[in-house]
Design a protein around this ligand. Structure first.
Ligand code: NAD
Ligand code: ZN
Length: 390
């Protein structure tokens, strides 16, 4: 057994199931909220999901203010503006409805209301001293797991770089996961966010910080996503597949919250900051290339990953079994229409040295990675991902 040394913090109450969105008002009351600040993005409103959330609050006569200005991959300013509005509305509870973008803004607003200052002040680890106001997350993508993590990620508009606030006060008090809310996700977002969740589980499983509890979450998540993402992509109305992928993304979030992510995430950060490529898509394209680079650091773990994808590794040696995990992920990427290389994402080759430097500054994911990366190697992985496999 690997050496065990871990902390698991699980403060988020989880409500999972079809139509659980109707339990929102009761959850607000249980947490002591009386005026809700509802953070949502325009795409989620257009999908008709605001109506469902409002219905519960209206039925229970809970007053609320809607903040629907969130852009995908939000900037710090969105959190600051939200906090101002929430203060003006005297809100004492924050509800985030959407993907990671809306949930991260909601999480930041919650802690800004009690800690004061600006969102920028809290970028880094452990800079938030006071708990926020109660916050409830309702994910509408099956991807980030932000409903159970202690992170909120933003683009710093001044530096065009992505950076996270991290700290226990960012753990949501409750998460409501209603698979019916994910039926409207368009196929390309189903694919990118689903592979993001897979990346969380896979990087947590191969993290230097992995332990028995994170492994349980990660392996279950991988099996659920590997077995159901293709079905959810192929037919968005497949509620069973949607439920499985949403559950997978939740478990992957639990795994990442305790074991961390790795080099895929570090290398995806500059793609978001410099090139505005959505987080899930950036991870998805990089994932097989970084796996191939990482294989030698944890071949047994990659071999187990292949098995989670249903590969029969019995007749393979360890190296072949580990390599089979890369092929399985590559095939899933192709099935769900993920671009094959960075060139297809519009990245320019000249940016690789700068991106590699930035990736290596994303300290914790780099430290968690099963192979300790150096600058030349990171540049080589970007180059391979740029040129692409056939
Ligand atoms: P997102 O929140 O940016 O949403 C992507 C798009 O999907 C948006 O246009 C949105 O309108 C649309 N959408 C969402 N739900 C929909 C639905 N049910 N029907 C129709 N359309 C829908 O995407 P995301 O991948 O969930 O979040 C990305 C953000 O999360 C990034 O900023 C990333 O850095 C961050 N992130 C945070 C954590 C964390 O732990 N806090 C972890 C990973 C990523
Ligand atoms: Zn991610």
């Amino acid at each position: 057994m690997q050496e065990q040394n871990f902390t698991v913090t699980q403060p988020t109450r989880i409500r999972f199931g079809v139509d659980t969105v109707n339990d929102l008002a009761a959850m607000v009351r249980e947490l002591g909220g009386s005026r809700v600040f509802l953070v949502i993005d325009p795409g989620v409103v257009a999908a008709g999901l605001l109506d469902k959330v409002e219905a519960s609050l209206k039925a229970d006569k809970i007053p609320f203010t809607v903040y629907d200005q969130v852009d995908p991959e939000p900037g710090l300013k969105l959190a600051d503006n939200g906090a101002k509005l929430a203060k003006k509305g005297k809100c004492d509870c924050v509800v985030g409805v959407g993907g990671g973008s809306a949930m991260d803004v909601a999480k930041a607003v919650s802690i800004l209301l009690t800690n004061g200052g600006k969102a920028e002040d809290y970028i880094g680890l452990g800079k938030i001293s006071k708990p926020g106001v109660p916050k409830i997350m309702i994910p509408t993508t099956a991807g980030t797991g932000a409903e159970v993590t202690f992170t909120a990620v933003f683009i710093n508009e001044k530096t065009s770089s992505k950076a996270g606030m991290n700290g226990d006060p960012l753990y949501p008090d409750a998460a409501i996961l209603d698979p019916a809310l994910t039926l409207s996700i368009p196929p390309h977002i189903t694919a990118a966010t689903g592979i993001d969740a897979l990346t969380h589980a896979l990087e947590a499983y191969t993290s230097t910080q992995a332990h028995t509890i994170s492994d349980m979450y990660a392996l279950e998540a991988i099996e659920l996503i590997a077995g159901n993402l293709g079905k959810a992509y192929a037919h968005g109305d497949n509620l069973e597949a949607r439920s499985a992928v949403l559950l997978g993304s939740l478990l992957a979030g639990k795994a990442l919250a305790t074991a961390g992510v790795g080099l895929v995430h570090a290398m995806a950060y500059p793609l978001g900051g410099m090139h505005q490529i959505p987080h899930g898509l950036a991870n998805a394209v990089l994932l097989p290339y970084v796996m191939a680079y990482n294989l030698i650091g944890a071949p047994e773990r990659f071999a187990t990953l292949a098995e989670m994808f249903g590969v029969d590794t019995a007749a393979m040696n360890l190296r072949e079994a580990a390599e089979a995990s890369v092929e399985a992920v590559w095939n899933l990427n192709q099935d769900v229409g993920i671009p094959r290389n960075l060139e297809e994402l519009g990245v320019s080759k000249e940016d690789i040295p700068e991106m590699a430097k930035i990736a290596l500054t994303v300290a914790r994911p780099v430290a968690n990675n099963p192979r300790r990366p150096i600058l030349d190697e990171v540049m080589a992985v970007y180059e391979e991902a740029f040129n692409g496999w056939q």
